[in-house]
Design a protein around this ligand. Structure first.
Ligand code: GDP
Ligand code: MG
Length: 163
């Protein structure tokens, strides 16, 4: 089984909330390195009978914006190496931030498939707000809300189509 999706994005966009929802009722495989270096979670998921692995990146970073940026860059590069599909999560509540633009710049160069996911789309107004993410230059996006689960079925459909 080699379908691996890595969830990347700046802190606080809802990556871990989405990860936990995706691996619901499944065993989370937390890597064994303890403490602050433990910055990735691995889990297994299944949708429409298709199994795949999920990597949640970037949990325990502390420090200045520069440290954040270097760390996120490292996470994205690792994800590009390890994953078959990269799920880039952004947050409609905050809109596009400079860090999102940095990540998008890295991802525009990769040959692996990238799925852009706009999270925190809790209502119809936010659905409209999401159009600004076309400006990231990554094409189409899917919208969802990780906390309620709204739209996450469509997100999983889109992922399965890519595998
Ligand atoms: P991460 O740093 O990217 O892993 O983000 P987290 O999963 O830790 O979530 C950051 C914050 O965003 C938490 O307070 C979540 O409850 C919140 N959040 C996540 N998904 C949603 C959503 O769909 N809607 C709203 N309104 N908040 C969300
Ligand atoms: Mg997290």
């Amino acid at each position: 089984m080699s379908n691996i999706v890595a969830i990347v994005g700046r802190p606080n966009v809802g990556k871990s909330t989405l990860f936990n929802r995706m691996i619901q009722r499944r065993e989370a495989i937390v890597d064994s390195v303890a403490g602050v270096t433990r910055d990735r979670n691995y889990g297994k998921s299944e949708w429409n009978g298709r199994e795949f692995s999920v990597i949640d990146t970037g949990g325990y970073v502390r420090g200045s914006d520069d440290v954040f940026e270097a760390e996120i860059r490292k996470q994205v590069e690792l994800a590009i190496d390890e994953a078959d599909v990269i799920l880039f999560v952004v947050d409609v509540e905050e809109g596009i931030t400079p860090m999102d633009e940095e990540v998008a710049k890295l991802l525009r160069k990769v040959t692996k498939p990238v799925l852009l996911g706009v999270n925190k789309v809790d209502n119809a107004m936010r659905e409209k707000d999401a159009v600004e993410f076309y400006n990231l230059g990554l094409g189409e996006y899917v919208t969802f809300a990780s906390t309620s689960g709204s739209g996450t079925g469509e997100l999983l459909d889109a992922l399965i189509d890519i595998f």
